[in-house]
Design a protein around this ligand. Structure first.
Ligand code: PGA
Length: 252
């Protein structure tokens, strides 16, 4: 059985610890009794100190990015070791905003991924196509090449620790969600890739989240699809109320 995972990707919002705490203060009581769901809040680096605040609750903390070296002359970068040492459990890698705006390649993400795994951070790895690619019928080709590039050289044991987030880029922050069938079809395809590159058992056990304009009204039709194991939520994760509603969908 795959336990759903709901991530709140705050992007460049609520980066002051006080603002992050304010949200968490409201969220903690709303979700404290929920079981069989992994809840991860992913604030900007400047608010990662909330790891202390959520200690003893069922909320985990993740980072939005990291570098592939542990230390050294890399001005402006964040070491995965720092993240691990302060108690961060997860890290998002290869978000489409990193791929598109900051030109992160599959090769770079692959290096970061291997490093994150060696340090013991749990990676949430994003893949997804642009609108033109979907319209040209290239969705599967794009997913396949991102999959092969990003996971290159990963052992079965390593990839087992990864959460994949399928995020069609045209659905991110646009209010335009993939239909549950569109999303499920790509999730199914990712499972086929996992099965052919690794094995069937692994493909059935690995968690694949959906991301892209998930909100309290569309979460249930998405999460009830057999291949979708929760969501990576941007905008709707910024307020405790809407985020809690999305998390609660996993309990139905
Ligand atoms: P969104 O963002 O929910 O605001 O579309 C999702 C994401 O980018 O992870």
């Amino acid at each position: 059985m795959r336990i759903p995972i709901i991530g709140g990707n705050w992007k460049m919002h609520r980066g002051v610890p006080k603002d992050a705490k304010e949200m968490l203060e409201q969220l903690i009581p709303l979700v404290k009794d929920l079981k069989n769901v992994d809840i991860v809040i992913i604030p900007p680096f400047t608010a990662l100190s909330v790891v202390e605040y959520v200690k003893g609750t069922n909320i985990k903390i993740g980072a939005q990015n990291m570098y592939f070296e542990e230390k050294g002359a890399f001005t402006g970068e964040i070491s995965p070791k720092f993240l691990k040492d302060i108690g961060c459990e997860y890290v998002i890698l290869g978000h489409s905003e990193r791929r598109d705006i900051f030109k992160e390649s599959n090769e770079l993400i692959n290096k970061k991924l291997k490093k994150a795994l060696s340090i013991g951070l749990k990676p949430i790895v994003c893949i997804g196509e642009h609108l033109e690619e979907r319209e040209q019928g290239k969705t599967k080709d794009i997913i396949k090449s991102q999959f092969e590039g990003t996971f290159k050289g990963l052992s079965k044991e390593d990839i087992n620790k990864v959460v994949i987030a399928y995020e069609p880029i045209w659905a991110i922050g646009t209010g335009k969600t993939a239909t549950p069938d569109q999303a499920n079809e790509v999730h199914q395809y990712i499972r086929e890739l996992l099965s052919s590159n690794y094995d069937k058992e692994l493909s059935e056990n690995l968690r694949i989240q959906y991301g892209g304009s998930v909100n309290p009204s569309n979460a249930s039709e998405l999460f009830e699809k057999e291949n979708i194991d929760g969501g990576l939520v941007g905008g709707a994760s910024l307020e405790a109320d809407s985020f809690a509603k999305i998390i609660k969908v996993t309990q139905i």
